[in-house]
Design a protein. Structure first.
Length: 132
């Protein structure tokens, strides 16, 4: 849906958004992107549409973007060379930020060692339902 396109704020308008921060060159982060892509596809299959999941990598690891884009449907964004987005958000590797449809911060989870996919799905659904 967004391959090769610029993704700006309008892409997220009136949507619950989930922002994953990770390093494109690290297998653990790639595994989380695969899990998030699966959650994305499951929610869409279940009829949910008022959400967006994005993965945000670092420019330093730009040459490894194919680790995240291969067989993936969620948008992949790469921060600038100063990592301003990471700094502005206060993100650490494998941070998962949840924003409601008004773009208000809801929750952050660090998925360093593992990710409970059901917990993530339920949080997304609850945010969508609380904003409807």
């Amino acid at each position: 849906e967004t391959y090769g396109d610029s993704v700006g704020p309008q892409y997220f308008e009136n949507k619950v958004t989930i922002h994953f921060f990770g390093h494109q060159n690290w297998g653990g982060c790639t595994a989380r992107v695969v899990e998030l892509n699966n959650i994305n596809n499951e929610l869409i299959s279940d009829g949910y549409s008022e959400f967006k999941i994005v993965a945000i990598g670092k420019n330093d690891y730009n040459s490894f973007n194919n680790n995240w884009t291969k067989n993936n449907d969620i948008p992949i964004l790469v921060d600038d060379s100063n990592n301003n987005t990471w700094i502005y958000w206060g993100a650490y590797q494998r941070s998962l930020f949840f924003l409601d449809s008004n773009r208000e911060f809801s929750q952050i989870i660090n998925i360093h060692s593992s990710m409970n996919s059901n917990e993530v799905k339920e949080l997304i659904i609850s945010l969508m339902e609380s904003n409807s």
